[in-house]
Design a protein. Structure first.
Length: 339
């Protein structure tokens, strides 16, 4: 680990000013940053501790919007009674992530900024060819062990997967990231994360000297009837093989879809909104035939790199199962989607 300077900021103005200096990183829970520093992936010269900044750990719920401060702990948000009632998908995506110990330490802002778990990215000693870490060096994962890599949003420069769960639920429900620097900005979450293209080292829209101060989620009707399904190789403390954040608002008949929100994780280079699937479901009843046809569009444009091809078959099934849970479709139908 590189030697670094440490400063505990007492206010956001100081934090932002210090963060504008070269080779500086913010430190909140540290559950991702410190790991990457130990691996010599992140090598900051300066750390600005923002854990004591006032007013950034609040959770506010109004009739129109949910606002969560960037320093709110994952565990606090997941267990918040009003969040569970108004937006179950947010709670579920948080408590299905990481371990209890990590959720108690990790902040919401830090969670949004976590970086990929690609083995080649995280091992600079063994693999110099990683465009995300060393631009222009190549991508070791393309010809390597890539079972856990992305099939959507990839390029010939990078197939590293976006690892988050909470961000998937935010993308499904049109959340905004609130950012403060010399000015304050509101960035739609779907625009906040960048596709790798030929510049996979550029992962988000934050500029030097900017910090996340919170997220806002509009309280649409589908948010209340929502669910986060995470399929993984083991039952806990594991990243998703595929996941889906979904929500449905029905017409007055209780069967016809008025509004539906769907995003997937574990399969793409950023949290991935499925607007084509949404469009195929709106105005139609949630039945098996409709689900099979609509869910197939979940992997439009998907590309296998070899060992990760199973995700192309898995993803539509995960989407369908999540929708069936929200739509209260029969157990027999759900079982047919497992095979």
């Amino acid at each position: 680990m590189r030697t670094f300077d440490y400063l505990r900021a007492e206010n956001t103005t100081t934090a932002i000013t210090e963060a504008a200096k070269p080779e500086t990183r913010f430190l909140a829970g540290g559950t991702t940053l410190l790991d990457l520093m130990k691996l010599n992936v992140e090598r900051p010269a300066h750390l600005v501790d923002i854990t004591r900044l006032p007013g950034l750990d609040t959770i506010e719920i109004s009739p129109d919007v949910i606002r969560i401060g960037a320093l709110a702990k994952m565990s606090k948000v997941a267990a918040h009674a009003d969040i569970i009632e108004a937006a179950p998908v947010l709670s579920e995506s948080l408590w299905r992530a990481a371990s209890a110990q990590l959720r108690n330490m990790a902040s919401i802002g830090g969670n949004l900024m976590q970086r990929t778990r690609c083995t080649y990215f995280r091992d600079p000693g063994a693999y110099s060819n990683c465009n995300k870490r060393n631009p222009g060096s190549g991508c070791a994962a393309l010809e390597g062990i890539n079972r856990n890599h992305a099939v959507l949003g990839t390029s010939d420069a990078c197939i590293a997967i976006s690892p988050g769960d909470f961000a998937v639920s935010l993308v499904a429900f049109d959340a905004s990231v609130l950012v403060r620097g010399t000015v304050e900005r509101r960035i739609p979450i779907d625009d906040f994360y960048l596709l790798p293209g030929q510049t996979p080292h550029l992962e988000h829209q934050l500029s030097s000297g900017e910090m996340i101060i919170g997220v806002e989620i509009p309280r649409v009707a589908a948010l209340k009837q929502s669910h986060y399904l995470k399929v993984r190789d083991r039952a806990s403390y594991e990243f998703a093989a595929a996941s889906a954040a979904v929500g449905i608002e029905f017409e007055s008949d209780g069967k016809t879809v008025r509004d539906v929100r769907i995003a997937v994780g574990g399969v793409a280079t950023k949290p991935w909104r499925l607007r084509a699937v949404e469009d195929a479901l709106k105005g139609r009843p949630i039945d098996e035939a409709t689900l099979r046809t609509a869910a197939a569009a979940a992997v439009d444009g998907a590309r296998s790199s070899g060992r990760n091809g199973f995700k192309i078959e898995l993803t539509p099934k995960v989407v369908a199962r999540a929708l069936m849970t929200v739509g209260e479709i029969s157990h027999d139908t759900e079982e047919r989607f497992r095979t």
